[in-house]
Structure formats: structure tokens, C-alpha cells
Design a protein around this ligand. Sequence first.
Ligand code: NAD
Length: 484
Amino acid sequence: MVKIDTKSHPNLIGGEWKPPKDNTLKNHNPADYNEVVGLFPMATLEDIRSAIDSARSAFPGWARTPAPARGAILDKASQIISARLDEIATTLTREEGKTFVEAKGEVIRARDIFKYYGGEGWRYGGQVLPSSVNDELLYTRREPLGVVSIITPWNFPIAIPTWKIAPALVYGNTVVFKPAEDAPLTALMMVEALVEAGLPAGVVNFLTGDGELIGTEMTGNSNVNGVSFTGSHNTGSKIYQNAIKNMARVQLEMGGKNALVILKDANLELAVKLAITGGFGLTGQACTATSRVIVEEEIADAFVSALSKAAKNLNVGNGLESGVQMGPLVNHDQLEISQSYFALGKKEGAELLLGGEVDDHKGYFAQATIFDHVEPTMRIAREEIFGPVISVIRANGLNDAIEKTNAISFGLSAGVVTNNLKDAFAFANQVDAGVIKINEPTTGLALNAPFGGFKQSSANTFKEMGQAAMDFYTRTKTVYVNHG
Ligand code: NAD
């Protein structure tokens, strides 16, 4: 039975829960667009300014709170999320579409990120440096930036907000947070966990509504000291221009067009498994998704035939049904984008091996799609599609494969499948991407390792995750103490 849940959900400003007034944002289930998952406020300019003011007022108290005490709140939030794991994962599938298994993995990731940064409250600090002067103590302090704006996409609606908000908080910043219009409920559940864990009023503010309106104020307001954004290149460029006016610190992580390279000595079974996971997992809606497979000519026919066979058997449907391996696209726009690339691939002369159709009578479903004999100059080989589409490009040897891997404007993630250590390291050293995977899918990241893209995939300023996040969320002060 379809559950129509028209429950209204609030925003959080200065510690007060504010329900929607007149206008509401409707959150739909992409597997069944007749199902409304919830209603959310359309925040006004006044709301946003009030949230930024609240974050500004809460900042001195939060910055003075001992870091282990800040971390303890994150640790508690991790426990609260753990207790609500299945409920949050079900919500995530209902509003974003990914399968329950994928959603649960994402919620577990959020739980673990809170735990990791909870511990960071006991660990981080500055440096003591050798002094060139007698009786002088020379040291550095890591101080928070102040108010940070956090703007996130819909494709990882709890993991990405968590990997930004947890370090922001543990290093002493206060936050104004706007999730994506298509998946705000999971993000709200994460904010609820922080509030229940004891976060003081104003330290995190949560606003939903129009990205352009809210985002422009969040990135251009002179009371904002830092902006961390993940989303499309188009939006990221606007944010950069806007934030730089106030010299706010900016971190942008954006699109990808990631390649998995399969060398002729590769284990074919593994190569197929990695291409399926990276290309069709999360319905291809991951920034690190395998969107191109570059395969050595000698094994290309065998690989392509095994890949098509495996992809043909994928069970596409509502991610809450057991056995479903690929959910819908998130919304009608994303469906149309995939559809337009199906047509473009054919027009450009690539060979459609599998899929190429959509089914939108109830939800935004697209077939797992494979194009073969794609040329690097074609648009399907260069542009981010953000759907379940793999373009197979053939290569002659390692150098040609590396050249083709690099022949795009993005540089997020790239993988190679090989048993040859020398080739694997040559690939790792020569490919222009922020993440390199050897015999692993292009998707999937460690929460304690630096993450970020190169080229147009990133502003190339600061990395995210692990201790690398400290560089973005703190500023360094140098103190000279003469005690002679
Ligand atoms: P998007 O750029 O459309 O939206 C991202 C966020 O920006 C949303 O919250 C949106 O409301 C907000 N926004 C819109 N206009 C704004 C403005 N003018 N100022 C400030 N904020 C504004 O992206 P999306 O469609 O939600 O997400 C998909 C994109 O995200 C893809 O390109 C994908 O590659 C990228 N992505 C990148 C990473 C990464 O880590 N590199 C991770 C996930 C997704």
C-alpha cells in the first residue's frame, strides 16, 4: 500500500523549530511520484539572515567550549543515528531512490563519521616549533573560522552533510546548513540527532527551500566566514564568485566523468564486477561513478560481452523491495538528462549495446545503458551524465589508456584493473585525478582519508574528510612567548 505522508517538517533557526508557513516544498518519492514523503518550509530571506545571525551569536560560546566536550556531542549523535539506522535508511530510500542496502550503508557512514570526529575533539591541536631565540616558546593554535555555510546535493543526503558538519563543529565553528530540495528529510533527521545529543541553540541552523535564493545569501552574506559546497559545476562557479567578494574561505567539490581502465592482463570477472558497481550502483548518481570504461582492444570484445550480460540481469525497481539492485533516478529532470544522452550517444555514432530506454509511468526509472565504440571526442565521453550510463572506449596499450583517461575537464576519481604492479603505479602517478583506485571500484571512499577532485571537479583549495578537514575548518595562529 502506498503511504501518503504529508507531514510538515520544520526548519531550525536559533534553536527554534519553525514549521512551514504558506509556501511549502514537496518532497516526492522517485520510485512512486504520487507519494509525497513530506512538506518543508520555503525559507525566506529574513529566515536566512536570522539563521546567520543566530550562528554568529552562538559562535563565541561554542568556540570556547572545550573540544572534547564538542566531540562528546558528536559521539552522542552517532549513537542516536545508530539507534535509528533502519528508520533513517528507509526514509533515505523513499526520498532519494537508492536501494535500502545502499541507503543503510550511507547511514552507517554518517554514524561512523560522527564517531570519528567525536574522537577528533581529543586529538587535534597546533604545533610547538623550535625557536631561534633563547627563552622563547613558539607555537601555533588551530582556531575555528566562525560561521560556515554548508550547501549539499541530494545524492548522498546524509553522508555529505555529515562529513562537512561534523568537522565544522568539532573544530569550533557554527553552521548554517541547506540540504538539497530533493532530499531534505534524511538531512533533518541528522540535525535532530545533533539537537537530541545536546547541541546548544544556534550552533547548527537548518533551512530548506529555493537553492538560488537561500544559497546566494548563505554564500554572499558578510557574516559568513567559510562556505563548503558539494554539487554541480554550474552552481559551484556561482558560489565561488559570490563568496570571494567577502574573502570567505571556499571549498567546492563538484562533478566527475570517472574512468575505469581495464588492462589486458586484468581478471575479467573482477573488471565486470567493478564496472557494474561503479557504473550502475547508486543508479550512476555518484560523483565518483564509473561513467567511462577504457579497455584494451585485445580483451575489449570479451569484456563488453560479459559486462552486457551482467548488466542485463540487474533488477531495477523500488529500492525498498527486496532483491532490487538499482533504484530510480531522483527526479524528472535527471530522467530527462539520461534520456537526452541516450539519444545523443546514438546520434554521435556510438553503438548502443544495452538499455537506452526509460520507464516513467510511476517513477523515474531508466535502464542500465551501455554504449560501445565511444570516441573520446564524443560528448557522451566528456560530459557528466549522472545516470546509469557506461561509455566503453577502446585503447591501445597503457599510455593510450592514460591519455584517454586524462582527456576530459574533470579529475575526480579513476581506477585501473590490472595484476601488473608497474602499470598500476604508472597509472596512479600519471592520471590527473584526486582519487585513484587500483582493482577497486571508482566509487567508495575511506572516511579518514583526504577526499577531493582535481581540475574542474573541485575548487582545488581544501580537501574534505579525515584530518584534512581541519585545514578548511580552522585558521592557524602563531604565538611567540618570550619567557626569559
Ligand atoms: P546542484 O548544484 O544543482 O545543487 C547543489 C546544492 O546547491 C543544492 O542544495 C542546491 O539547492 C544549491 N544551490 C542551487 N543554486 C544555488 C546557488 N545559486 N547558490 C548556492 N547554492 C545553490 O547539484 P545537485 O544536482 O544537487 O547534485 C549533483 C551534482 O553534485 C553532480 O554534478 C555531482 O557530481 C555533484 N557531486 C559532487 C560530489 C563530490 O564530492 N565531488 C559528491 C556528490 C555530488
